[in-house]
Design a binder for this molecule. Structure first.
Ligand code: SAM
Ligand code: SF4
Ligand code: SF4
Length: 338
């Protein structure tokens, strides 16, 4: 444990590390990897540029030494990375790690759920944007039916995982799915989290008009259900949580646009090619892979990470306007993993 917790310019400690293990994906969600930009000829990262599992484990260990307690594996689609359960097992065994989760579109879970559970993983966030087959097939850009993901969700629950479902809500696309999704997951006691559509990357055509705010989503839910607000679990918790009255089932809202939460943002991000980013909307990051591969020892890596975090002053969502979001060039969501 470090005696003096590492804090940034806004006194935010470093607590979470989101590790992207690949920039590839088997979906082409229109809000994340639109098919027009990520076509057949798109040049994904060659595997020699990806961090190896040894490199990821070493860097994760250094972040933990600086105060990180929670890890999340993401992508692209993380289950496309070969032997992900091997990496998961190593990370689950790491001293100091209190919590580890994985975010996935779920469609490869049948092949991987047991191995991941054996590796020690207990928490899965599975993304699903609607129950209407035609609509969901169109959103994911691959014609995959909701039924396929729903079966994997059931399988994950049966395997023993604590499952949460993530739904991005975009006006004009899938807001009609809000109530059907809420009803479906309430009945099964699975927490559903509604994510406000964000202006990640440069190509998803974001505008404020497409954002369905938490307030609006909540009003729609409250037209059918009685909900009670729950207290925040811990500093830096992202979701605003509610419980359906008379039931244990919960819903959450990730309000990155309408009620930003930069003041308690404790998240660091590592891309699959080893860049360290301090904000989801960053334009650049520290190239830790270059340092690793040029033989840097742990002390110099720790010093480099410390310096970046101590200088961190990011609060993009607090400052977002239609104008600023167009001015900044941002890393892509499928590259950094959300
Ligand atoms: N492929 C995995 C998945 O979809 O769960 C993991 C990576 S994905 C980038 C992580 C999360 O980011 C998903 O829940 C996805 O819905 C969300 N996401 C992607 N683009 C988004 C956007 N423009 N606004 C809000 N959330 C977004
Ligand atoms: Fe792939 Fe996830 Fe992005 Fe959809 S949201 S394109 S599943 S990385
Ligand atoms: Fe954190 Fe950046 Fe998102 Fe603000 S905009 S909550 S600093 S990742």
């Amino acid at each position: 444990m470090n005696a003096h917790p590492l804090e940034d310019q806004l006194r935010r400690p470093i607590r979470d590390l989101r590790i992207s293990v690949t920039d590839r994906c088997n979906f082409r969600c229109s809000y994340c990897m639109p098919r027009e930009l990520f076509g057949d000829d798109y040049a994904f990262m060659p595997s020699s540029e990806q961090l190896t599992f040894e490199e990821i484990e070493r860097l994760a260990g250094l972040f933990v030494a600086l105060g990180v307690r929670k890890l999340r594996l993401t992508g692209g689609e993380p289950l496309l990375r070969r032997n992900l359960s091997g990496l998961t097992a190593r990370l689950c065994k790491m001293d100091g790690v209190e919590d580890i989760g994985l975010t996935t579109n779920g469609i490869l879970l049948r092949q991987h759920a047991e191995a991941l559970y054996e590796a020690g993983l207990r928490r899965l966030n599975i993304s699903l944007d609607g129950l209407d087959p035609e609509l969901f097939g169109r959103i994911n850009g691959r014609g995959v039916k909701p039924e396929t993901v729903l079966r994997q969700i059931d399988h994950a629950v049966d395997t023993g995982f604590e499952v949460k479902v993530n739904m991005v809500v975009k006006r004009g696309l899938n807001e009609s799915e809000l109530l059907p999704m809420a009803g479906y997951f309430k009945d099964r006691g699975i927490t559903l989290r509604f994510i406000e559509f964000m202006d990640v990357g440069g190509g998803n055509g974001w505008s404020m008009e497409h954002v369905v705010t938490k307030r609006e989503m909540l009003e729609r839910l409250q037209s059918v259900y009685e909900l009670e607000a729950l207290d925040r679990h811990y500093f830096g918790e992202v979701a605003k949580r509610y419980r359906y009255k008379g039931s244990e089932a919960q819903v959450g809202f990730i309000t990155s646009v309408s009620e930003s939460f930069c003041s308690s943002c404790t998240r660091a991000r590592l891309s699959s090619d080893g860049k360290f980013y301090t904000c989801l909307f960053a334009s650049g990051g520290l190239d830790l892979r270059r340092l690793l591969r040029s033989g840097a020892d742990d002390d110099s890596l720790l010093a480099a990470i410390t310096e970046v975090w101590e200088h961190r002053a990011d609060r993009y969502s607090d400052e977002r306007t239609e104008q600023t979001q167009q001015q900044r060039s941002k890393i892509g969501m499928s590259y950094i993993g959300g």
